[in-house]
Design a protein around this ligand. Structure first.
Ligand SMILES: Nc1ncnc2c1ncn2[C@@H]1O[C@H](COP(=O)(O)OP(=O)(O)OP(=O)(O)O)[C@@H](O)[C@H]1O
Ligand SMILES: [Mg+2]
Ligand SMILES: [Mg+2]
Length: 525
């Protein structure tokens, strides 16, 4: 396989690492908050499509395009799972990834295999390298990934391509699509204001930039300000915009959604509407599923209840400790990073740890299956034991473009209202070295990390605690010793400090922490 012209092949660099190096070279130094990023030469995307000869195939793809502030990845994941269960050959493009960039490209529900990934990667990369220069520069990181997704889905001849917008809508790289089959707008809220605008209306306007003339669209119930803008944009383009109701849990035949958390019923309701419309518009629908309010087709139920997405309300028992003492150390992972999602995430975490504690008491071998029960059904005495014997620790990473003054109080208050108080809060920088960590090795500590932002977060957290009456969480610590400068090391530190086991290779991590996971919470009993 060609390594392109990067010529850096060393004997110890695997072909995959070589591709990752080439990909990293596309990460621009310029900060995302830079205003000139907004729609920065969107027209270039059409040059790239020509270079890659993708125009024709994109126009024939049967696309579902999804924008929104929160719930894009979840909605797309439900949508994919439903259509796959209906027998279609699916392609799914989501962002961000947690550990491996291939998570962003799923074929029939599974990450694209390394071999195919490398083949398509170099096919695109080499062609772009050959045909770009001063006039047309190489595409930036996300643009390249979006182009790669189109290449993969075209070459693999998927029946349906489900595309999650990366940022915004109007100027997103996925918005080169001219004729999607149906569009979806998930919950709107405040995020990326530095690029998308400060009001909900402005944000909605950007997201509605994916609407296309006459192509039907669905959204979830939205605040008035946002809805008005969506409706205005829709009517300009003769888009029939409908509000999809949250999924009625009773339609699942007693099963649970594959993704946890109450907000997922919103996303699932939207996914059902998108799939029904896609089936209808592509001539695959004998029955109009949309009209059915009393039952769902079995394939839909199958898809909704088996859908899976990493790092979203995900519960991961620590794999080193698990075999010796099940349930002793459990990570609860979520990628919430907007005020609204901090709150749903805090609620999910608070309820999940109580459910899990109850199960630990009643089921001997629980940890890999997390069935939720309502919090009301948890006995009070169990609550008390749970509170005494478990510790909740927050591991938080927040990009400096986000406002922790908005995020942290929401998180703390929502947890506190469920009786959950963090014993420690660790604010970690967004460095991580997952894929380079050897089996028993600590990452090397030769890089100096500036922790001033983490110190700011710590101060804010402390102020919040002091302002909170009746809180027993006085000893928030910040781990800021120089040798604990990345998330892996913090995890290692915590494991060791709790006298569980020695530090070993990380079980959870990601290369670009900032975008991928910004909340880890775990307890130890
Ligand atoms: N409908 C929703 N309303 C509020 N918060 C949500 C909703 N759906 C998901 N979330 C929260 O946002 C997190 C991210 O969910 P998801 O990956 O589906 O969204 P996304 O729009 O793809 O986000 P990202 O900006 O990370 O790409 C979830 O873990 C959850 O905390
Ligand atoms: Mg986002
Ligand atoms: Mg996403």
């Amino acid at each position: 396989m060609s390594g392109g012209d990067n010529g850096s092949s060393k004997l110890d660099v695997s072909p995959y690492d070589e591709a990752m190096e080439a990909l990293s070279s596309l990460i621009t130094k310029r900060s995302r908050a830079d205003k000139s990023n907004k729609g920065d030469r969107f027209d270039l995307l059409f040059d790239y499509l020509k270079i890659l000869e993708l125009d024709e195939s994109i126009s024939q793809m049967k696309i579902i395009h999804v924008a929104g502030t929160k719930g894009k990845g979840s909605t797309c994941t439900f949508t994919e799972a439903i259509l796959r269960n209906c027998g279609f050959h699916t392609g799914l493009f989501t962002s961000p990834h947690l550990i491996d960039v291939r998570e962003r490209f799923r074929l029939d529900g599974a990450n694209i295999c390394e071999e195919k990934f490398l083949a398509y990667f170099w096919w695109c990369y080499d062609r772009l390298k050959e045909n770009t220069g001063d006039e047309i520069p190489m595409p930036t990181y996300f643009r390249f990934l979006a182009l790669l997704a189109f290449k993969i889905f075209a070459a693999e001849q998927v029946d349906v391509a489900i595309l999650e917008v990366g940022l915004g809508g109007k100027f997103d790289a996925t918005n080169v699509v001219q004729t999607p089959v149906v569009c979806g707008i998930t919950s709107l809220g405040y995020d990326h204001m530095e690029i998308l605008g400060n009001t909900l209306g402005e944000i909605a306007g950007e997201k509605a930039g994916i609407f296309k003339l006459g192509v039907p669209a669905f959204t979830v119930p939205q605040p008035d300000e946002a809805m008005r803008v969506l409706e205005a944009k829709a009517s300009q383009l003769h888009v029939h915009l409908q509000v999809a109701a949250p999924l009625d849990a009773n339609l699942l035949n007693g099963l649970h959604l594959g993704l946890d958390g109450e907000h997922q019923y919103l996303n699932a309701g939207l996914a059902v509407a998108l799939c029904s419309t896609w089936l209808q518009r592509t001539g695959h629908l004998e029955v109009n599923y949309l009209q059915q309010t009393t039952s769902l087709p079995q394939q839909f139920i199958e898809g909704l209840t088996t859908a899976a997405l990493q790092g979203r309300a995900q519960v991961v028992p620590d794999r080193y400790i698990e075999s010796e003492s099940p349930g002793n150390l459990v990570f609860y992972l979520d990628g919430a990073h907007s005020p609204e999602s901090m709150e749903v995430c805090a609620k999910w975490f608070s309820l999940a740890i109580k459910d899990d504690y109850q199960q630990l008491n009643t089921v001997s071998n629980l940890v890999h299956e997390h069935k939720r029960v309502s919090v009301e059904s948890v006995q009070m005495d169990q609550h008390e034991t749970f509170k005494k014997n478990s510790t909740q620790i927050l591991l938080f990473n927040c990009m400096s473009v986000r406002d922790p003054q908005l995020l942290l109080p929401r998180l703390m208050n929502a947890c506190a209202s469920h009786g959950v108080h963090f014993k420690k809060a660790l604010f970690v920088p967004n460095t991580s070295v997952y894929y380079k960590v050897g089996s028993n090795a600590l990452p090397s500590s030769d890089t100096q990390v500036d922790l001033s932002w983490q110190l700011t977060l710590q101060r804010l957290w402390e102020n919040l605690i002091h302002g909170q009456k009746g809180s027993n969480t006085k000893n928030t610590d910040l781990i800021c010793e120089e040798d604990i400068n990345c998330t892996e090391k913090v995890l290692g530190f915590v494991r060791t400090a709790r006298c569980f086991l020695h530090f070993r290779q990380l079980s959870i991590g990601s290369e670009r922490m900032s975008e991928n996971i910004n909340l880890f919470a775990f307890r130890s009993l």
